[in-house]
Every structure is written in structure tokens, then in C-alpha cells.
Design a binder for this molecule. Structure first.
Ligand code: NAD
Length: 293
């Protein structure tokens, strides 16, 4: 069992840190929020007075922070100053690819092994320890990070070099945003053409229009498996988080000179939905923006 510094104990990090503690690790936890810190203590972690304090003697450093700015500042102000050089650095936050690569380069220049390891799965998966991790880094750094990630998830996949985990995450979520908007449109058009929604689901979910958005996350209540649509679009994956990932994808596409017209359109629609005060609503609720009831 290892000593782990865990920084960022919010909706996701709180459950992840608790799972590591439950697996027997010595988890030194830090968050700027006293409330988050208290929850981590209840989950079996040892609360630290500062990030520097949490980092002392750490064998692994895990960060789960809102965005690239926080990751960059925690790394430059605390991790580089106080983490032992022997520690494996694992950033699980979803951040922009450019910052992920910059942080990794800075860490490697100082002699650290580092990976980006963003997650698929929401708060429920973080609490249950069933996240999927997509990991960017060298084969050696991946091997060192894997056992810690395995203690918090059901799958740990090596995506490629540093930054590849973030790339996989935002490209996957861009595709998810696009297929969700398309699935919503398809259901609404089907209704207007007089097709029964359940019949359309039965056909499309085993036909070529099939996608995860259709079969596992149908955006209409009473159709397909139980989804947030059956709970007034509460729970699930918040529109604000989908928008965050789409913005990251658009930023990355621009930087890489990639044409992503469908991703851009999905980002625009989620932008409008969030601006209408629906940021906390599940992302499948976008069907309402498109004319659904
Ligand atoms: P959150 O806002 O609930 O938690 C972030 C935590 O970081 C907060 O508790 C905040 O106080 C803390 N923090 C911020 N700056 C800090 C600093 N300098 N030092 C210490 N602590 C600091 O966010 P979340 O929902 O837990 O998401 C975390 C990351 O995971 C994000 O990058 C998000 O995009 C990604 N993610 C979230 C979900 C989800 O469903 N919530 C799913 C997949 C990925």
C-alpha cells in the first residue's frame, strides 16, 4: 500500500480518494474547500493543511481539478516544490491538450514521471470505483500509474504519449455530443412523421442509426432503458460539463487545423442550452431546445 497525495476532492475527487483509502492506501488529501476536505476525512483520508503538506513523502500524486489553470498552478506552486522525485504524477482532471502537454514537459524536465489520465464516467462511477481511465504517457509511466488507477476504476487504457489521454477524452465526448443532438433530432422528426417513439427506438437501436446515445441513453422518457430522460433530465452528465468538453475539443481542433463542423454545431447548441439556464440539466435534455416537450 502506498502513500498518496490527492489534490482536488470535489464531486469526482471525493469519491476517488475515498476508494483509494478503502483499498488500504495512506491518502493525504487537500482541497481549498473545507467542506470537501471534511467529506474526504469521512471517507478515510487524512486531511492536509496545504497541498505542500499533502505531498510530503508521496509515492503517487493525483490531481482532480476543474481545469488547466488550476492544474498548472498546483503543479508549479506545490507539486514541483514538494513532491519527491520518485513520485508518479497522475492528473485525472479533464483539461486542454496543450496544457496537459506543457505540464508533462515541465514535470519531465524536473525528472518526474507523469501521465494525464482523464476519466469517463460521472459522480456515481467515481463513488463506485467504476471509472474508465484513458492515459497519456510513456509505457513506463503508464505501468507505474496503472495500479493506482485500477483501484478507482474498471478499465485503464493506455492511449499514447503525454496529452493522448486528454485527446481521447475530448474527441470521444465530441462524438457523444454530436450523436446525442442527432438522436434527439431523429426522435423529433420521427414523431412529426407519425412514428411511435418506442417503435422508432426498437428499429433504430438495431439498425444503422444505432449509437450509445440511442441504445443506452435514449433522450425521451419511457423509451429504451432507464435514463435521465425518465427523471426529468436530472442526474447523469450535466450540460455544463458537456459544453466544457466540446469547447476543449473545438480549441484542440483549431490548434490542430482539423475540420469539425458537426462538433462546432453541437458546441453552439449546448452553448445556447446552457445560456438558457440549463447548465445543470442532463445533456440529453437538449431535446427540449430542439422542440421536444
Ligand atoms: P468540482 O468542481 O466538484 O471539484 C473540483 C475541486 O477542486 C473543488 O473541490 C475545488 O475546491 C478544488 N480545487 C480547485 N482549485 C484547487 C486548488 N488550487 N487546490 C486544491 N483544490 C482545488 O469538479 P468535479 O466535478 O469533481 O470535476 C473534476 C474534474 O473531472 C474536471 O476536470 C471535470 O471536467 C472532470 N470530470 C467531471 C465529471 C463529472 O461528472 N462531474 C465527469 C468526468 C470528468
Amino acid at each position: 500500500m502506498a502513500r498518496i497525495a490527492f489534490i482536488g476532492l470535489g464531486n469526482m475527487g471525493g469519491g476517488m480518494a475515498a476508494n483509494l483509502a478503502q483499498k488500504g492506501h495512506d491518502v493525504r488529501a487537500f482541497d481549498l474547500s473545507a467542506e470537501a476536505l471534511a467529506r474526504a476525512e469521512q471517507g478515510g483520508c487524512l486531511p492536509a493543511a496545504s497541498a505542500i503538506d499533502a505531498l510530503e513523502g508521496a509515492e503517487a500524486v493525483i490531481t482532480m481539478l476543474p481545469a488547466g489553470t488550476q492544474v498548472e498552478s498546483v503543479y508549479s506552486d506545490a507539486v514541483f516544490a514538494a513532491a519527491p522525485l520518485s513520485a508518479i504524477l497522475i492528473d485525472c482532471s479533464t483539461i486542454d491538450v496543450a496544457t496537459a502537454k506543457r505540464v508533462a514537459e515541465a514535470a519531465q524536465a524536473k525528472g518526474f514521471a507523469v501521465v494525464d489520465a482523464p476519466v469517463s464516467g460521472g459522480i456515481a462511477a467515481a463513488n463506485a470505483g467504476t471509472l474508465t481511465f484513458m492515459v497519456g504517457g510513456s509505457a513506463d509511466a503508464f505501468d507505474r500509474a496503472r495500479p493506482f488507477l485500477a483501484d478507482m476504476g474498471k478499465a485503464v487504457i493506455h492511449a499514447g504519449t503525454n496529452g493522448s489521454g486528454q485527446a481521447a477524452k475530448i474527441v470521444n465526448n465530441m462524438l457523444l455530443g454530436v450523436t446525442m443532438v442527432g438522436t434527439c433530432e431523429a426522435f423529433l422528426l420521427a414523431q412529426k412523421l407519425g412514428l411511435d417513439a418506442q417503435k422508432f427506438f426498437d428499429i433504430s437501436s438495431v439498425s444503422s442509426g444505432q449509437s450509445w446515445s440511442m441504445t443506452s441513453y435514449a433522450p425521451l422518457p419511457g423509451v429504451g432503458p432507464d435514463t435521465p430522460a425518465d427523471h426529468d433530465y436530472q442526474g447523469g452528465f450535466a450540460t455544463a460539463l458537456m459544453l466544457k468538453d466540446l469547447r476543449l475539443a473545438m480549441e484542440a481542433a483549431q490548434g490542430a487545423g482539423a475540420e469539425t463542423p458537426m462538433g462546432a454545431r453541437a458546441a453552439e447548441l449546448y452553448e445556447r442550452f446552457a445560456a438558457a439556464g440549463q447548465g445543470r440539466v442532463d445533456f440529453s435534455g437538449i431535446i427540449r431546445l430542439l422542440g421536444g416537450k
